[in-house]
Design a protein around this ligand. Sequence first.
Ligand code: ZN
Length: 250
Amino acid sequence: MEDAQVERYARHIVLKEVGGAGQQKLLKSSVLCIGAGGLGSPLIMYLAAAGVGTIGIVDDDAVALSNLQRQVLHRTGDIGLHKTDSARAAVADINPEVVVHVHRTRLDADNAADLIRDYDLVCDGSDNFLTRFALHDACFRARKPLVSAAVLRFDGQLATWRGYEADKPCYRCLYPDIPPEEQTCAQDGVLGAIVGVMGTLQATEAVKELLRLGEGLAGRLLIYDGLAASFRTLKVRPDPECPLCGNGGS
Ligand code: ZN
């Protein structure tokens, strides 16, 4: 590492669990982030600041005034820009060492495998079940860890999916198929800081997965109740009848 890198990442390097070797690993890592919105904002900013070497950003949306209440990656002057372009500029401001690949598209079952192929880890900050299921199934098949966050109103959820490992559940063990009705932040609202909490926790888990630190969230679901100011974790077990990882699909 160059002197400026040693200084930039000094608070990581001094952590004995990270150290110089861990920081080097982050610099060589690549993470694909689905969505440059509310969850993607703190996620992308913290991954960039942490020195994750390559960050991919998938989003097909443009910045709108109604995004700015929570999507802190984007500024008032960015309204009308593609979110991928606004996000790329924000990352360059935070840490110009980071290589950003933008994918201005909507992830679906047809392109998911191609999009995730070159990355070590995938983070889901999307806002709909179609994307969520397509992404999860592609990550499962490619044996790629997926850190997935979701928010609504005052509540958040976070989990890591590594269902391709024998003792770990997949997303479809919890939700076998796409629910018929979807609640959205556009309809039901979301407190801005809730996405900040969950996107930041997602960045924490992403760095932990990359460095294999501590206890991950594979096999657990973290639930944040913002109104009660409480966190709890539920165990999620592999379902032998799961349509994807169990016997249910064969
Ligand atoms: Zn499963």
